[in-house]
Design a protein around this ligand. Sequence first.
Ligand code: SF4
Length: 369
Amino acid sequence: MRDSIVMPRRQTRKIMVGDVAVGGDAPIAVQSMTNTLTTDIDATVAQVHSLEEAGADIVRISVPDVESAAAMPEILAQTQVPIIADIHFSYKMALLALDAGVHGLRLNPGNIGSQDRVERVVKAAQEKNVSIRIGVNAGSLEKEFNEQYGEPCADAMVASALRHIRILEDMNFKDIKVSLKASNIPMTVAAYRKLAEKVDYPFHLGITESGSLFGGTVKSSVGLGLILADGIGDTIRVSLAAEPKEEIKVGFEILKSLGLRHRGVNLIACPSCARQKFNVIEVVQELEIRLAHIQEPMDVAVIGCVVNGPGEAQEVQVGITGGYPTHTFYHDGEKFGRVKSSNMIDALVDEVEKRAAVMRTETELSGKI
Ligand code: SF4
């Protein structure tokens, strides 16, 4: 058993987004958002499907206008994963989205107008058992909090979240989750830590506008990693200026790296050096592509030479260590045989697929799916 540096999970209220539980003892859900025009039903459905294939537990879709709301019933009819409607300012869009059958709303009740309008939305959400995410963003804090605190900061974000929470609580609505997003990592981390001391609602974690696939992955990994290591976080969304399914892949990698959730192959590879007995980088790149469809959790080690190979192979289900003229194949930490460079990748893929198929069958037989 590997050591864990993650604090015990914060105890939160469990809420539902469709059939996916968020909070309590539920696995940390990984979500993303479509970037197609919602009115383009075919493109949006295709993107939701690609997110589902990548493992998304929840998908969010913007509903900015009446035409987008009108597309939602068809999108919902053609998809399986729970869908959250992203609403800004308009109670009408919220009501239309609820009528369409969405499984969750992302809206800030303080931003949708009069008490009467808020009540109509909250009542409709209550009737349909739809949860609401309050999404505080440092870039769009209410004027009163920016004035009170002088500038966007963690305390201002927490104050804004508490204001929105109070509005819902006053209507006896508690199926709430909360996000506190900023592009500034220390501010984001501080905001989540502070709010965690005040409420027991589940948190949706994210570092907003984090950037490109490369830069955004680094920022999100550091920011979300710090918060998750505190035991805080019930669902995550990695925001990247990239294909949405990349957000899901990065999200799972972050959770895998902290031992919080396991899905698919966890590739362990050495950085390679002059001692490598095969081209580690090329092999790993090809394996990433050829093993992307595996959903069952499995550790696979690809190590260039005997300096670290045998040690790493002991910790994984499938391993390869570079040698000369052939490489050593390991199964469950034991030497299994030797393979040539020419068929090493095929042998690794075959073994992983075989094991994944067995795991799938066992899971099906035990009735867990
Ligand atoms: S395991 Fe071998 S090839 Fe890989 S980095 Fe270490 S010494 Fe180099």
